[in-house]
Write a protein that binds this ligand. Sequence first.
Ligand SMILES: CCCCC/C=C/CC(=O)SCCNC(=O)CCNC(=O)[C@H](O)C(C)(C)COP(=O)(O)OP(=O)(O)OC[C@H]1O[C@@H](n2cnc3c(N)ncnc32)[C@H](O)[C@@H]1OP(=O)(O)O
Length: 377
Amino acid sequence: MLSVVSRSLFSRTSGLGSVRCFSDLSSRFEAAQTKLNTLTEDPGNAAKLKIYGLFKQANQGPCNIPKPGGFNFVAKAKYDAWKGLGDMTQDQAKEEYISFVAELAGADEPSPAAAPAAGAATEGLDVSQEDGVLTIRLNRPEKFNALTWAMYTAIGETLNAAAENPSVKVAVITGTGKWYCSGNDLSNFTKNMPAGGPQEMASNGQKVLNDFCDAMIKFPKPLVAAVNGPAIGIPVTTLGLCDLVYCTDNATFKTPFVSLGQSPEGCSSFIFPRTFGFAKANEMLLTERQITAQEACDGGLVTRIFTEDRFRDEVDKVVKHMASLPPQSMRISKGLIRQEVTEKLLEVNKRECEVLRERWLSDECMTAIMNFLNRKK
Ligand SMILES: CCCCC/C=C/CC(=O)SCCNC(=O)CCNC(=O)[C@H](O)C(C)(C)COP(=O)(O)OP(=O)(O)OC[C@H]1O[C@@H](n2cnc3c(N)ncnc32)[C@H](O)[C@@H]1OP(=O)(O)O
């Protein structure tokens, strides 16, 4: 019977590395070792063996010792924990070690992943994390999940925190109820009127939107949109900033910026022509035609379509699989895929927000907004 893996083993795997490295990964690895020593709860044998194996792999690479013989069950358990990591690279083992310690530390105290809880404290937003998957859920179904300024800010801050939190491997944005999101809450323009009047409101809105889209552009891990129903406006345009987009077969996509006296945002002025081609992009951005899930998938904006009854399970399968993969390789791969466009998207976002600031002060926009808000009177 495997005797309890001694705490001394545990402490041996958490001593500070003798070689002081100065790469980011090495310093995060060293910090994780320090963190391990502060845990107050014994994580159990399985966790200690996992830590041991990852520590050996991180420092020495694949297991290079003979299997212990006889009745030394602890030595055999340690050998198996190390050998079982196969040819995982030292960097991957460091990342896994960091993530696992963050998860163990999460049991002791709020990990940076809990920082998104701030998002959860935002009305209309639920933020949760499980098995490395951070879920940002738009939750104001009575308004078809329309986005308030506070929601934009909280989503951006949540993504920025998750970017630096090793226990978050993948982020998902989705909606509650029948709608994914009906876009910017058009009452934002009246509810956010500061003492400085429309000029100050427009400048504030410009920063809120710019920071929100920048957070999506810069997010270094897989960002997945789970489009659970119809979408209008910014939730449609920012799909181009996501790495994977799944939708239900009843989802529809519409971008009515011109009729609202506004202009494209979410980098759609750059991404849509390159996704759909100019003719189809113009049909969306200028004629405002609503397109179906199939058209969005055929056009390359949507990765895959699922029927409503299978949607959540199918998306869960994909995101949990990605969350189980080596995080360093995932981060590097996404960086390579995005490397040509990231700087460009930051520039495009800045320009689109500058133009929108001017649009929000225009008579065309104010008239359109008032017409919407007064339409039921
Ligand atoms: C920081 C600033 C960032 C700015 C970024 C800019 C982004 C650009 C955009 O997003 S443009 C797109 C904006 N969205 C829209 O134009 C959609 C407006 N809504 C509608 O057209 C309709 O409400 C509908 C088609 C979504 C649904 O119509 P339906 O008739 O089925 O239902 P209601 O109209 O009665 O809606 C139910 C209640 O939900 C409220 N609501 C829905 N969407 C919005 C919205 N975007 N803003 C504000 N409120 C919205 C609607 O007012 C109803 O509420 P009520 O019951 O209190 O009247």
